[in-house]
Design a protein around this ligand. Structure first.
Ligand SMILES: [Zn+2]
Ligand SMILES: [Zn+2]
Length: 202
C-alpha cells in the first residue's frame, strides 16, 4: 500500500451500529446514558467540526425514526459478531409508539387551527385560522352513558372551561400534560400558549 492510499480518509457510512465503547455517550432521543457495551446506532451528521455520529439506543431510534434504522439494516452497517436486535422486533416497537402517540393526541394538547370555521366550545366565538387552539375533553351523555369527546377552545378560555362541570380534562398536571401531548409543536410555542392560558387553579 502506498502512503497516498493510507492518507486517504475512509468515507464515513451514514450509519454505524456498534457496542458503545464507553458509558459516556448519551442517547439523542431519550437523553439517557448508553451503557458501555450496549448496542447503539450512530446517525451521521455534518457539524461545524466535520462529520460525526449522533448516538441513539436502538429501541429509541426505532421508535422515532424507523426508516433510518431500516436503511441501516439494509446497508448492514455493523461489524461481524456484533449482536443486533431483529428488525421485526424494532418494527413492533415503532408501531406501538405510533399508536401511543395517536392515543395521546386526544387531550389536552395544543395545535394550530387549520381553518377559521371552528368555534370555541367555551365562548362560542370563532378561533382564528393559524392561531393556537387547545383541545380539551368534555363528557357528553349519550344513550345513558357519559363519553368524553374532544372540544376546541381558545387558550384564554381554558381555565374557565377546566372549571366547568362537564369538562373531563383534569386541571391537575394540566401544564405537563399539554407539554407532553403537543407533539410536533415547538416547545417555545407551547410555552407561549401556556402563558396565554394563565395559571391553572389548583
Ligand atoms: Zn434512548
Ligand atoms: Zn373562547
Amino acid at each position: 500500500m502506498t502512503d497516498e492510499a493510507n492518507r486517504e480518509q475512509p468515507e464515513m457510512s451514514p450509519y454505524l451500529i456498534e457496542p458503545a465503547r464507553s458509558g459516556r455517550s448519551k442517547c439523542k432521543t431519550c437523553r439517557r446514558v448508553i451503557q458501555k457495551g450496549h448496542t447503539r446506532i450512530g446517525i451521521l451528521i455534518v457539524g461545524p467540526f466535520g462529520p460525526g455520529y449522533l448516538w441513539h439506543h436502538m429501541k429509541c431510534a426505532a421508535r422515532r425514526q424507523l426508516a433510518k434504522v431500516e436503511e441501516a439494516y439494509e446497508m448492514k452497517v455493523w461489524a461481524d459478531g456484533v449482536e443486533i436486535p431483529p428488525i421485526e422486533k424494532l418494527r413492533v416497537l415503532a408501531e406501538k409508539a405510533e399508536k401511543d402517540k395517536a392515543e395521546r393526541k386526544t387531550a389536552p394538547h395544543t395545535e394550530i387551527a387549520p381553518t377559521g370555521r371552528a368555534k370555541c366550545k367555551h365562548c362560542g366565538e370563532p378561533i382564528a385560522k393559524g392561531s393556537y387552539r387547545v383541545i380539551l375533553s368534555r363528557g357528553v351523555e349519550f344513550a345513558g352513558q357519559v363519553r368524553s369527546g374532544p372540544i376546541n377552545v381558545h387558550p384564554g378560555c381554558v381555565v374557565r372551561e377546566l372549571m366547568a362541570e362537564d369538562c373531563t380534562t383534569e386541571p391537575e398536571g394540566f401544564e405537563d400534560a399539554l407539554r407532553t401531548n403537543s407533539t410536533g409543536i415547538p416547545p417555545d410555542d407551547v410555552a407561549r400558549v401556556l402563558e396565554e392560558i394563565g395559571p391553572i387553579p389548583g
